[in-house]
Design a protein around this ligand. Sequence first.
Ligand code: SF4
Length: 659
Amino acid sequence: MKRREFIKLSSLLGASAAASPAFMLGGCAAKPLPGTGTVSTTPTICDMCFWKCAGNVYKEDGELWKITGNPDDLHSGGRLCTRGTGGPGAYLDPDRLKQPLMRVTIDGRQTFRETSWDVALDFIAEKMKSIAATAGPERMLMLNHGAGSSHFRHLLRAYGSDSRAEPAFAQCRGPRDVGFRLTFGESANSPERTDMANAECIVLIGSHIGENLHNGQVQTLAEALNRGVSLITVDPRFSVPAGKSKYWLPIKPGTDMALLLAWMNVLITEELYDKDYIERYTTGFEQLARHVRDYTPEWVYLETGIKPDVIRQTAREMAKAAPATVVHPGRHAVWYGDDTQRSRAIAMLNALLGSWNRKGGFYIPEKVSLPNYPLPEYPKPKAKTADAYPGKWPFAGQGVTNGVIDASFGDDAFFKGWLVYGTNLPQTIPGVAAKLEAAANSLELLAVVETMPSEMTGYADVILPECTYLERYDDLRNSGERHPSLALRMPAFEPKYDSKPGWWIAKQLGKRLGLDEYFPWDDYAEKLDWQLKQVGSSLEEMQKVGVKNFPRKQPLYMREGKRTVFRTPSRKIELYSEQLADKGFDPMPVYTPPDPVPDGFYRLNYGRMPAHTFGKTVNNPMLFQLSPENQVWVNPLVASEWSLKNGDYVRLGGTNGVV
Ligand code: SF4
């Protein structure tokens, strides 16, 4: 018998996604007109995606009415996106996890049984103690996504493990950040440090801002368009930004690198690059000039389908506006296997334009200097995450999810236990089902902390129901950006059902593991208040304002003409990368044509649905109403071959047989 059979939770909970919209509609129809009762507001930070926009939760007669943007929040422009305004759906969702669940076997079949917090926490703590005693604490791995994971990272570090992977790293922006770091010594950051607010030319390549609703960024692009920015969009589809562009380059999928190299070829051969910037701040220009010589627009046309005169015109358009030109680093930059090099090519193109750390290109992000709460030092782990897959991905700054999954099953499995927070691996990692089954059969502990049932909860020994972001404190928002600011998430409501805040769950586990000294607060509010008082504010103040903006301490851009040191080994922007060469990789990006598409198949380009955050929000009753289905865009010629018309349902099969 399998150690852990996959258990479908929805059948046990007796509620379905289809029932949820009716619940919401009925609830709203019976109420008096909104705003006619007693209204109060509570500050929050949206958790419907990772962007962390600050908002205000409106209650009317104690009931949740709506959530709007906090007008003082420069990070979000004082507005929430579609998904953010759907936050009430997360709180009201009748399918939420309601109490701790333990895997049990009844009559030979595995199922989940409701249990008490004490039983669930004791079980996890005993298993963690056993793993620490027999294999070492670093064999306990955390897989996580989202702001609330900080409580569990703190727990695991206090326990002695810094083993961690975020699917959002290797599957999304990891290659991009590695490519930028290898070039500039710093990442493109999140939120992206693009100075679109002052740009005169913006280039989107493989990015469709407006379809991906990263709130502040969408607003900045819209404002830039209003003031006449020159937008160049490279996308096989006529996407939303393509429709607003001066140039739309419908490129053949998988050939971006060729176009990026051709643009560099034009900038260098026509001497349009920023000579002073290149001379002062970069190394490897001569090698780059030789490297791109053969990537002529005429040669690249054959690969990309973009005509040579369009490649030249768009390169000149970028150079004309430089350094106020942003070639956007994009997000979810993981496609063809050469993704780090593709992102590095984007970084190098920005370097030729002289736009890094310059007005209209990229600004220097700044955070508030917020002291950490005084706690004992963490024990030093005897192993790092990367020890689980020696020699692989030497430049990845974080754990690589595929690597840690592979290291979680088999006779010599490195990891013995998983704590999974807010991430749904079966929907996140392509083709992972068999490996997850193997890991589920091998691990000594698989605990999941979640607000909603998901495929991942189906593999757990224990499921701990976290309350939603509207019912809890989390850490203060303090992201590096244009305007340093702090924002507060606090409970607008008591946790529904028997769900609990993440900070409470982590503290209770810490107590059982003998780590009380790392959790000295009775309420997380105490910790936040202490931190806020160190920077001249207080919890009381933040509970009123929600967001506090701070003045910058360093300039927004590099000082023109002054010596600037970059965080690379050479202290310069590295167009030629010795670091890559030393590890046996191409020191400069090389174009490799994508594998041809077999007869009868087509390339599937994917992106984001504006009303959803991946699979995370599909059950949200409000967002489900807005966007109940995945949609596929089909090239008109292909559609006519298959006699497809708008609104038809289609089934897509992959070359690997997945439907
Ligand atoms: Fe919420 Fe939208 Fe902001 Fe994401 S971008 S945090 S979903 S309002």
